[in-house]
Design a protein around this ligand. Structure first.
Ligand code: RB5
Length: 153
């Protein structure tokens, strides 16, 4: 079971609620970092909240090849603003996914530690399946570690 930090903007609020319910029922430790009301808000604020926690949990000794101890999930209308913001933060490898294949492959090949989803793009059934797959799939290491080591720096 994983520790999951999750947040959205106003355009991702409904899917966030479904994901919190679903992942909690599955036994994951889920921290909902907001928002809690549907007023318009700014996705970078929430992306940064989640990514700060994910990086803090990874700790100083974490290398890009470590399987993350905790993960982030970020939802906005398209998933794009969240992923742009998250990937500015050192230590974050955020993947905007639209289907199960991407959710599995980005864990296996990119050791992604944040899953981004667009509520206006991806239906709730696929989104919940993507989150399950993302949290259950280990990083393959090997040549993929060499490659992700080249992303930062
Ligand atoms: C909000 O209208 C929308 O711009 C936002 O949720 C997101 O899609 C930005 O990337």
């Amino acid at each position: 079971m994983a520790t999951v930090y999750i947040a959205s903007d106003h355009a991702g609020l409904e899917l966030k609620a479904s994901l919190v319910r679903h992942l909690t029922e599955k036994g994951h430790t889920v921290h909902d970092l907001g928002p809690s009301s549907p007023e318009s808000c700014d996705y970078p604020v929430y992306a940064k909240k989640v990514c700060t926690q994910v990086v803090a949990d990874a700790g100083d000794k974490a290398t890009p090849g470590d399987n993350p101890a905790s993960y982030g999930i970020l939802i906005c209308g398209t998933g794009i603003g969240m992923s742009m913001t998250a990937n500015h933060i050192p230590g974050i490898r955020a993947a905007l996914c639209c289907g199960e294949f991407q959710a599995r492959a980005t864990r296996m090949h990119n050791n992604a530690n944040v899953l981004c989803i667009g509520e206006r793009v991806t239906g709730p059934g696929v989104a919940l399946d993507m989150a399950d797959i993302f949290l259950a799939t280990p990083f393959e290491g090997g040549r993929h570690l060499r490659r992700i080591n080249q992303i930062e720096g």
